[in-house]
Design a protein around this ligand. Structure first.
Ligand code: FRU
Length: 499
């Protein structure tokens, strides 16, 4: 079968049941043959995955959903796909949970969140509907999952329209319970085309009222805010969101749209606001993180998962019938008011053979690992006088590789995908850099999967996430440099178990 090249609106919005089943079978076959399929990251069986949705703990399991268009690597009519896990590492597919099959969501079951109320998991989402002039209407909807896994959508929206003064760019409800009330945060746009976050509250999700826009900055957030997400860490509010069209004078970033956050002192409920907000910060310094969703888990942790992908950008795996994956699960912590993102401790379950590493950085490249299967974890600690370069996804000559340059003397790290075999999104630059404290040691915890790499710097002080698309021979790891010492470990990782 040839993959579809001309994705018209008619095709993108054709209901799934009007596709021939042989098309889906043939597409799945093509995707299964892709050289870039991941080992331990959540990925679509076919087509396009985007935002994580409904991340929650219910019925003795972690529940996670994601935006899915199964018919091709494009943004078509979206549904919520469902996966569940008992350890945050091995995820079982539970199929499609919410189909775009009602008058309130026929052009897409858009993003949202989940909350356990009594003995149900309540899912809050946006129903996306287009009229004959392709004008958008957005409805905030609920669905209920019972302990036997059945999911039933409400027939009517809980919020049937945006408040006065706002457009129908109005989506991605985050629901949480705080001070004896239910709260809903929704990404929004004013009629003057400014991005805002709107707050609803009430004694139940069926009796919400509009409490106003969330006050947390005097700065303009661009033309739209997507995926607002408030969590409390040690009772302090941490607010994650995705401003579109943000001025680079407010916060430097290179991706098409950034995923940002602020740390605040309190969440005030009377006139909804976040007090003493930090400056706006970039959640991920790499190339490909968006729409991160976090929630306060019943075990006390704040857990987060990101879409590893960006809107409006083409990726090399499109040519193999699929696009994007989710990040590994990260735990959010605050230390001295600073946000840390750490791979959840459960990920050690993936570790297989371990190889200790130790040495001095020299100009002759040292092979840390050769002919890997590009499915490993690498921990490296560098002394405070180190200058060097790490090559991942490298061929033996280092002609093609994804590189990490570090200089602990001058406090600098940068990642570079200029010399990877399948470059893309070059318009947004092929390097990303971050200044670090000078003359301090550096630690890197790196998770490599077949076409994604997540780099946790200094215990999660900063994260760089990157999709990398290597050729077959690009499976080696080299380290070279001019000064400094290093120690560390290399672990082969097993694949996710998904049954
Ligand atoms: C963010 C987003 C959301 C929307 C969803 C649609 O990536 O645009 O605002 O709900 O994706 O798939």
């Amino acid at each position: 079968m040839d993959l579809i090249k001309n994705w018209t609106d008619d095709l993108r919005y054709l209901p799934y049941d009007q596709w021939d089943t042989s098309y889906q079978t043939a597409l799945n076959e093509i995707v299964r043959g892709s050289k870039w399929r991941q080992g331990y990251h959540i990925q679509p069986e076919s087509g396009l995955l985007n935002d994580p949705n409904g991340f929650s703990y219910f019925n003795g399991k972690w529940q996670l959903f994601y935006q899915l268009y199964p018919m091709g690597p494009v943004h078509g009519v979206k549904s919520w796909a469902h996966v569940s896990s008992s350890n945050l590492v091995d995820w079982t597919s539970e199929g499609i949970a919410l189909l775009p099959d009602s008058a309130y969501d026929q052009h897409g079951v858009y993003s949202g969140s989940g909350i356990v109320i009594d003995d149900e998991l309540v899912l809050a989402y946006t129903g996306n509907v287009r009229d004959s002039n392709w004008q958008r209407a957005s409805y905030q909807m609920l669905a209920h999952m019972t302990s036997d896994g059945e999911i039933i959508k409400d027939e009517q929206p809980i919020i049937p329209a945006p408040p006065k003064g706002y457009t129908h760019e109005f989506r991605d409800p985050q629901v949480f319970f705080y001070q004896e009330k239910y709260w809903l945060l929704i990404g929004a746009q004013t009629e003057a085309l400014e991005g805002k976050v709107l707050v609803y509250s009430g004694d139940s999700l069926e009796s919400l009222h509009f409490s106003g826009p969330l006050d947390f900055t005097n700065q303009s957030l661009g033309f739209m805010v997507e995926c607002p997400n408030l969590v409390f860490i040690d009772e302090q509010p941490v607010f994650l969101f995705c401003p579109q069209g943000l001025s680079k004078k407010i916060m430097a970033y290179q991706n098409i749209y950034p995923n940002t956050y602020i740390v605040a002192e309190t969440f005030e409920t009377d006139r909804p606001s976040l007090t003493k907000p930090s400056p706006l910060m970039n959640l991920d310094y790499g190339f490909d993180v968006y729409a991160t969703q976090a929630f306060n888990a019943p075990d006390g942790r704040a857990l987060a998962v990101s879409w590893v992908g960006l809107p409006e950008v083409e990726y090399p795996s499109d040519s193999e019938g699929w696009a994007h994956c989710l990040s590994i699960i990260k735990e959010l912590q605050l230390k001295d008011g600073q946000l840390y993102q750490k791979p959840v401790k459960e990920l050690v379950e993936l570790r297989q053979e371990q190889t200790p590493i130790e040495g001095r950085l020299v100009s002759q490249p040292l092979a840390l690992a050769e002919k890997t299967n590009n499915c490993y974890e690498l921990m490296l600690h560098f002394s405070n006088d180190s200058q060097g370069r790490l090559h991942l996804y490298s061929d033996m000559q280092r002609d093609h590789s994804f590189t990490i340059d570090f200089d602990t003397k001058n406090g600098m790290i940068s990642v570079d995908r200029t010399h990877t075999s399948h470059t893309f999104a070059q318009d947004y630059g092929t390097t990303r850099s971050l200044a670090l404290e000078k003359e301090s040691p550096l630690s890197l915890q790196i998770f490599v999967d077949h076409s994604v790499c997540e780099i946790f710097v200094n215990g999660g002080q900063a994260v760089f996430t990157a999709r990398v698309f290597p050729n077959e021979a690009e499976k080696n790891v080299y380290l070279e440099g001019t000064s400094g010492d290093f120690t560390g470990d290399f672990w082969c990782l097993r694949n996710m178990k998904n049954d």
